[in-house]
Design a binder for this molecule. Structure first.
Ligand SMILES: [Zn+2]
Length: 300
C-alpha cells in the first residue's frame, strides 16, 4: 500500500506582514512563491528587543524592508542560516548594512561535502560565509532566547535546523516541510545523509516544527516516520522499474511520479538519482558507468 504523507498546506498569511506564530516566534513571508518554495520563504524572528532572524530569504529589498519595519525599535543581534539555497541566505547581504548582527551557519555552500573532496557549485548562494560556524549541539544564547544547532545534512551538505529551547520549537528549514517532500539533489544533496538526518529527528523531543516553507507540523514524529517510509517506497519503486525492464533514471521518473506535473520531472530525477546513488553504495544496485543519470541500472 502506498505511504500516506500527512501533508499540511493550510495557512493564512499576508506577504510582508509580521505575525506572531508561537510564543517568542514571529514570521514574515517573502513574496517569492513557486513550485519549489510554496507560498514563499518564511523568515522567523526569535525573541523580543534583541532578536534573531532565521533565514533572511532571497535577495529581495522589499522583504528585508518588511522585516525591519515589523521590528521597529528592536535590534537584530543574530542571523541564523539553515542552508545556502537562493531562497534562504542571500537576503543577509541586504541586512548587513542595516544592523550589526552576527551571522551563523554550518559553513559556505557545499561545506559539508568539501571534506570528501566533492566540488559543489550548483544553485547555491556562493556569497554567504557565516561569521560564526556552528556545529551539531552548539547552543547560541541571545539573552531572552536560546537556540540549539541541529546539523541535518541531506537536502544540502550544510543544512542546520535550529531549536528554540523555550518551547522546544524546531525550525526545520527545508529538511522537513509540511507541504512537500524535500528535493535531494547530488552532489551537494545526499540521500544517505538525508535519511540519517530524518532518523536523528526521531530521537529528539521537539514539540513542533516550523519549516521555512508552509505551515507548522504539529505531529513531528508522525511526519518524519512517513517521510522515511516514503523514501523506502521510492527505493522499492526503483527496483520494480528494473524488474519491469526500465533501467534508466529518465525513464523511471514518469513511472514513479504519476500525477506529478511534467515540469517537475527534472527535479524528481535529481531525487531518484540521489536514491540510486545510495542504493549503489549499499550494494543493492549496480551501474554500468559512473554517470548515473545516463547509466543502465541493474539489481546487484
Ligand atoms: Zn533549500
Amino acid at each position: 500500500m502506498a505511504v500516506e504523507i500527512p501533508y499540511k498546506r493550510e495557512m493564512e498569511f499576508e506577504y510582508g506582514r509580521i505575525e506572531q506564530v508561537a510564543p517568542g516566534v514571529r514570521r514574515v513571508i517573502a513574496n517569492n512563491p513557486s513550485a519549489f518554495t510554496f507560498h514563499g520563504t518564511g523568515t522567523y524572528i526569535l525573541g523580543e528587543g534583541e532578536v534573531a532572524v532565521i533565514d533572511p530569504g532571497p535577495l529581495d529589498p522589499n522583504h528585508i524592508e518588511a522585516i525591519f519595519n515589523g521590528i521597529e525599535g528592536e535590534k537584530v543581534t543574530h542571523v541564523l542560516i539553515t542552508h545556502t539555497h537562493m531562497d534562504h541566505s542571500p537576503g543577509y547581504q541586504l541586512m548587513k548594512s542595516r544592523c550589526n548582527a552576527v551571522s551563523y551557519g554550518f559553513g559556505p555552500h557545499g561545506s559539508g561535502k568539501i571534506d570528501d573532496g566533492v566540488k559543489v557549485e550548483e544553485g547555491g548562494d556562493m556569497q554567504f560565509v557565516p561569521d560564526e560556524r556552528v556545529s551539531h549541539g552548539d547552543i547560541i544564547d541571545g539573552g531572552n532566547w536560546s537556540v540549539e544547532c541541529v546539523y541535518t545534512p541531506g537536502h544540502t551538505s550544510n543544512h542546520v535546523c535550529y531549536q528554540l529551547k523555550e518551547g522546544r520549537v524546531l525550525f526545520t528549514g527545508d529538511h522537513v516541510m509540511g507541504w512537500s517532500t524535500s528535493i535531494v539533489s547530488p552532489p551537494d544533496g545526499d540521500m544517505e545523509a538525508y535519511m540519517n538526518s530524518l532518523e536523528l529527528l526521531l530521537k529528539r523531543d521537539d514539540s513542533v516544527y516550523w519549516p521555512t516553507h508552509g505551515p507548522a507540523i504539529t505531529e513531528p514524529k508522525d511526519h518524519v516516520t512517513a517521510f522515511i517510509a516514503h523514501r523506502r517506497e521510492r527505493e522499492e519503486q526503483i527496483l520494480k522499474c528494473v524488474d519491469e525492464g526500465v533501467h534508466i533514471i529518465s525513464e523511471m521518473v514518469p513511472k514513479m511520479y504519476q500525477g506529478t506535473p511534467e515540469f517537475m520531472y527534472p527535479a524528481a530525477a535529481r531525487s531518484v538519482l540521489a536514491a540510486v546513488e545510495y542504493m549503489i553504495k549499499r550494494g543493492v544496485l549496480v551501474s554500468d558507468q559512473d554517470n548515473l543519470i545516463e547509466a543502465t541500472l541493474n539489481k546487484n
